[in-house]
Design a protein around this ligand. Structure first.
Ligand SMILES: C[S@@+](CC[C@H](N)C(=O)[O-])C[C@H]1O[C@@H](n2cnc3c(N)ncnc32)[C@H](O)[C@@H]1O
Length: 291
């Protein structure tokens, strides 16, 4: 994949033309009338795509499909909501430390889910390092949230907790980003439906791989929401992550790399297991760790 750095996953539907109804409403998006959680979901989440990848990984690694997931660092729980909608047998537990973001997600459940779907979703205020849930087929940690753990010891301990939460043939699926531009202090803009999403790699320390990243939102009327979200992370590399997952007791760890669209040179949304990636300015990858 030779895409320029998109450190956050673009929503697949940003490539489609918005409907006329949406266009006329979105012209009026401003900082004052926007909600940062809504903008976040529109900018960097696509639960349907994540559900497809989970299905693919389960078919390829286990020859069956997963039924239950635990979504760590769930935020508004968009992924968990997507999972219980994906199949009528699906169950999801969403875990986040922050009650305010969980409350935002909870308040929207009646609009997003039917009563039967809601019964299959549990949102838990808790720390992913200590939360207890019934054993699940699959734990997912998306949009790099586990980069919050900055030492090998902390990250290994989290991975050990995840492993214990899984059924005997469970999978842990997480994502990572990297590439030469991930080591650069820079801003990248994407123009979405009625607003601009800005990924600001504000600080990078090559000695520690400590990064500070912000998300800002800008609007057509010139208003903006600066530092809507801030991430104080360690930018982990794929070999470090694979080693720590194995040290935590996972039996195998597979990296899935995205294919390239020959016309655009961008990622094509098709993921394949590999031991050899491409040296490109920006990439996203999934890791699939087998218990
Ligand atoms: C970047 S958001 C992730 C949102 C969503 N999962 C996604 O894929 O975009 C990170 C979330 O992690 C939560 N968080 C941070 N540390 C945590 C911890 N130790 N346990 C549970 N949640 C935590 C924060 O409250 C925040 O809502």
């Amino acid at each position: 994949m030779t895409a320029t750095l998109t450190a956050r996953r673009p929503r697949a539907d940003t490539r489609r033309s918005p409907s006329t109804k949406r266009r006329s409403r979105d012209r009026w998006r401003t900082a004052a009338t926007s909600d940062i959680h809504d903008l976040y979901e529109r900018s960097v989440q696509d639960p349907a795509v994540e559900c497809e990848f989970i299905d693919q990984a389960w078919k390829e690694r286990r020859g069956r499909l997963a039924r239950s997931i635990r979504e760590d660092f769930c935020g508004t729980a968009a992924m968990s909501v997507g999972w219980v909608k994906h199949r009528s047998t699906h169950v999801a537990y969403g875990v986040d430390l922050d009650e305010s973001v969980l409350a935002w997600g909870r308040a929207r459940l009646p609009r997003r889910l039917t009563p039967a779907q809601r019964r299959r979703l549990t949102l838990i205020r808790g720390d992913v390092r200590s939360v207890r849930t019934p054993s699940v087929d699959c734990v997912v940690a998306f949009n790099f949230s586990y980069f919050i753990f900055k030492t090998r010891g902390e990250l290994r301990e989290y991975y050990q907790r995840v492993r214990r939460a899984l059924v005997a043939d469970g999978l842990f699926i997480l994502d990572a980003y990297g590439g030469s531009e991930s080591f650069t202090e820079m801003e990248e803009e994407r123009h979405l439906d009625g607003f601009t999403y800005v990924w600001d790699q504000h600080h990078f320390n090559p000695v520690t791989h400590h990064v500070i990243n912000h998300i800002h939102f800008r609007f057509p009327d010139g208003t903006q929401i600066k530092k809507a979200f801030t991430y104080d992370w360690r930018l982990w590399t794929l070999p470090e992550l694979r080693e720590l997952l194995l040290e935590a007791g996972f039996k195998a760890v597979t990296v899935y790399w995205e294919g390239t669209d020959e016309k655009t040179g961008e990622g094509n949304g098709e993921w394949a297991p590999t031991t050899r990636g491409e040296d490109c300015p920006g990439w996203l990858a999934y890791l699939v760790a087998e218990k």
